[in-house]
Ligand binder design. Structure first.
Ligand code: Q9C
Ligand code: ZN
Length: 647
């Protein structure tokens, strides 16, 4: 089980044959740049490489009219002048004698990827294709798109595999209006798109790209548009959109498959998008999606016109699909005012259809003083405008490091015998230990708390901590006796801080206590009992805080009577991996480890966590407790903001 990469060299054949500044950016080098990037970083060889085959006419007929298919077929025999004349009948389209072949390969690649994932041959995958697809309609080419690859993939998944809930995440910077039209009244396909909109003044200039287009008939609430009304949106804006809009709806929808219209013109440097999100952001977006649909993700390339930025972003996505930890996100984690307004407009439009949003309505508390331009200054040093961002791009991208994944993925040190823990394959027992004298020195800080037999465990746990900090181990689980738990955590934190000044540790102490706020860095909340409440806690509070804090390490402490169910612990661990690059040390009191070890280890190891069960709405008390915390913490942690006052 791994990651599929679907490609065919023939898809580099189609290219613009006449002068057209609008269309020239959709060039064959887009594919070769992306593929070269994957090769250079050794990512291609880690994938199951599938050679794309043409979609059949019957398959194309799942979305397109026979007349339109015949028309595109006919372009094979047209000369340059005829191709040019036909192209002009559509908006931002060019035809080439190889267009029909390439577009059939692109559609076929998307279908093959769905087959590979739904037959269980792979977990997930990416189809590297051109022409792109999301603007294409039943009987029209549009915006460089000829056949709608992702819409075809969704229809295919429904028809051949009987899927009933498919999520399409369109992170291309343009609105995939083609996908929206095709599934407008279909409640089995949830279509989410964010796009440069600028109040309708950006291509394709459609009123139906705005947030109030929610789908029609049975499909109401299954079209989710998030229009960006300014350029310069960056990592924090994209994350806020995922945490506060897409993921709450996606969990409630509970998809069986996630299709990604993976356009990278929403990344920094792209001439079309003019946005500021760095390539690493796509690693994070990908990992956040991996908790859905059992990890079944099929990504299909759409746009992306800055070759270097495109290649970097594709690599980020593929390495995350392969299971590598996420690289750190650069930049202040502060969404801009305009992004908050856009997010609020989608929430307002979608609230009638989604329980998860109904429980999320926040009081209007404060307004962001950040404009996208201001933030881009910080990110790019001296550049005052987007135009200059181009110059600053190369050094920025050069800094981007693809760190090797740690040799050991997940390790365990336990007071409980290994056999009792039912650990999944690939999870290693920690045998190493720091020196006995060193362990004793640390234990002396809390003499009364460590029994003699605890010392051996403490030595192993300290060794795990070192392994994580040094990058030898990605993450780990340690168990302690009830008596030693608090002291162990104290020693871990002291040691962590002693090893390097200004290390940031996110300490999550789960033990069943009341809500309280001691400071912007120290607070607690009761554990929600409903699935809706629990998801709000993770998406609306824990992850925004974790991303704002940008910790080097997460200590997840599960004390006696922590009250966390297996699926909850697994989801929390799985999602916390993103903001911390996987570096989690879970310390579990031995009473509950027998029950928890397996699912916790699976989640840390990268497996998709089990379902929390049917969606249940948060209780008024749960909502109140979360709002209480958010209201007080958002002054410091700006990713908590979900609402903004009108301008
Ligand atoms: N400057 C895709 O990314 N031109 N298509 C817009 C605005 C058309 C984009 C002009 C852009 C089509 C798949
Ligand atoms: Zn695009």
């Amino acid at each position: 089980m791994g990651t599929a990469l679907v490609y065919h060299e023939d898809m580099t054949a189609t290219r613009l044959l006449w002068d057209d500044p609008e269309c020239e950016i959709e060039c064959p080098e887009r594919l070769t740049a992306a593929l070269d990037g994957l090769r250079q970083r050794g990512l291609e060889e880690r994938c199951l490489c599938l050679s794309a085959c043409e979609a059949s006419e019957e398959e194309l007929g799942l979305v397109h009219s026979p007349e339109y298919i015949a028309l595109v077929q006919k372009t094979q025999t047209l000369d340059k002048e005829e191709l040019h004349a036909l192209s002009k009948q559509y908006n931002a389209v060019y035809f080439h004698p190889d267009t029909f072949h390439c577009a059939r390969l692109a559609a076929g690649a998307a279908l093959q990827l769905v087959d590979a994932v739904l037959t269980g041959a792979v977990h997930n995958g990416l189809a590297l294709v051109r022409p792109p697809g999301h603007h294409s309609q039943r009987a029209a080419a549009n915006g460089f798109c000829v056949f709608n690859n992702v819409a075809l993939a969704a229809k295919h998944a429904k028809q051949k595999y009987g899927l009933q809930r498919i999520l399409i995440v369109d992170w291309d910077v343009h609105h995939g209006q083609g996908i929206q039209y095709i599934f407008n009244d279909d409640p089995s396909v949830l279509y989410f798109s964010w796009h440069r909109y600028e109040h309708g003044s950006f291509w394709p200039f459609l009123p139906e790209s705005d947030a109030d287009a929610v789908g029609q008939g049975q499909g109401q609430g299954f079209t989710v548009n998030l229009p960006w009304n300014q350029v310069g949106m960056g990592n924090a804006d994209y994350l806020a959109a995922f945490l506060h809009v897409l993921l709450p709806l996606a969990f409630e929808f509970d998809p069986e498959l996630v299709l990604v219209s993976a356009g990278f013109d929403s990344a920094i440097g792209d001439p079309e998008g003019q946005m500021q999100a760095t390539p690493e952001c796509f690693a994070h977006l990908t990992q956040l999606l991996q908790v859905l649909a059992g990890g079944r993700i099929c990504a299909v390339l759409e746009g992306g016109y800055h070759l270097e930025s495109l290649a970097q972003s594709v690599c980020m996505m593929v390495q995350t699909l392969l299971g590598d930890p996420t690289p750190p996100l650069l930049g202040l984690m502060v969404p801009c005012q305009s992004a908050l307004e856009s997010i609020q407009s989608v929430q307002t439009a979608q609230t009638p259809y989604w329980t998860s949003l109904q429980q999320n309505v926040a009081p209007v508390l404060s307004s962001s003083t950040h404009s996208p331009e201001e933030r881009s200054l910080r990110l790019l040093g001296e550049s005052p405008t987007c135009a200059v961002a181009e110059d600053s791009l190369s050094p920025l991208l050069d800094q981007l490091c693809l760190r090797p994944a740690p040799p050991i993925c997940t390790a365990v040190a336990s007071t409980v015998p290994g056999a009792a823990l039912c650990l999944p394959p690939g999870v290693l027992h920690q045998e190493g230990s720091v020196l006995r004298e060193e362990t004793e020195a640390w234990a002396r800080l809390h003499k009364s708390r460590f029994q003699d037999e605890d010392l051996a465990t403490l030595g192993k746990i300290l060794c795990l901590l070192d392994g994580i900090m040094d990058g030898q181990i990605r993450n780990a689980i340690a168990t302690t006796t009830a008596l030693a738990t608090a002291a162990t955590l104290d020693v871990l934190i002291q040691r962590c801080l002693a090893r390097r000044a200004q290390r940031r540790i996110l300490w999550l102490n789960i033990r069943g206590k009341d809500a309280a706020i001691q400071s912007m860095f120290h607070f607690s909340t009761p554990l929600p009992q409903t699935t809706g409440g629990f998801l709000s806690l993770i998406l609306g509070l824990v992850l925004p805080l974790a991303y704002g804090f940008q910790p080097d390490m997460v200590l997840m402490a599960l004390g006696p009577a922590h009250g966390l169910q297996n699926a909850q612990a697994a989801l929390l661990a799985a999602m916390l991996r993103s903001p911390v690059g996987g570096r989690i040390l879970a310390v579990v009191e031995e009473e509950s480890i027998r029950l928890l070890a397996r699912s916790l280890a699976q989640a840390l190891h990268g497996e998709t966590p089990p379902s929390l069960g049917p969606f249940s709405k948060a209780t008024p008390e749960e909502i109140q407790a979360l709002m209480f915390l958010k209201a007080r913490l958002e002054a410091r942690w700006k990713l908590l903001q979900v609402a903004a006052p009108p301008p």
